[in-house]
Design a protein around this ligand. Structure first.
Ligand code: GRF
Length: 191
């Protein structure tokens, strides 16, 4: 059955584009009910609008606490009856109330082999640690930071010549394949 997904992003949106491409090419049986961004200038929004996908900008208002903000996000997501919340470069920590509203129904992609290098600048952390392999992870989201159950991973070699930019680009190529594949497995009820 076609999986209804809402995608949350804050920036470039290349993973969202990879997901959308997979849908258009018939590799992913899903429908994007809406794309939500906390950043009005997120580049991903322009792509989504050009493709005719419903977008919502949900900006944090002055003095608004996290729970109140998340309630506004939840209501926008629920308007489209999304079955799965797909985080794709969404740069805000979600409140426990948000996570409990979508039990086992939030997924994220992270640019390292979790549980190594959670949090920000995962590629920089990998280079600083001197690891020879890194990669990306798709996982369910729980109340911790990048700690939920792992769905799948892709490994990327790290060379001594790598910079943060070169490693990030190589990991991103794998992200763009891995995320749609994991979503398809969820759509098929295999996960
Ligand atoms: C990706 O590296 C993803 O792993 C991380 O944030 C970045 C988002 O990139 N969570 P994009 O906006 O999908 O291009």
């Amino acid at each position: 059955m076609t999986l209804k997904i809402a995608i949350l992003l804050s920036g470039r949106g290349s993973n969202m584009q990879a997901i959308h491409r997979a849908i258009k090419e018939g590799r992913l049986d899903a429908k994007i009910t809406a794309i939500l961004s906390d950043q009005p200038e997120a580049a991903g929004l322009a792509y989504a609008q050009a493709e005719g996908i419903l977008t919502h900008v949900v900006e944090r208002q002055n003095g608004e606490d996290r729970e109140a903000y998340d309630r506004r996000l939840i209501s926008k997501i629920d308007e489209g009856s999304a079955q799965l919340v797909v985080l794709a470069g969404f740069m805000r920590l979600l409140s426990p109330a948000f996570i409990r509203h979508f039990p086992n129904r939030i997924v994220n992609i992270h640019p390292s082999l979790l549980p190594a290098f959670p949090g920000l600048h995962a590629q920089r952390q990998a280079l600083e640690a001197g690891v020879r392999f890194s990669g990306c992870t798709v996982h369910f989201v729980d109340e911790g930071c990048d700690t939920g159950p792992i769905i799948d991973q892709r490994v990327v070699g790290v060379s001594r010549e790598d910079t943060e930019a070169s490693l990030s680009a190589r990991i991103l190529e794998q992200e763009h394949q891995l995320y749609p594949e994991c979503l398809q497995k969820i759509a098929e009820g295999k996960i």
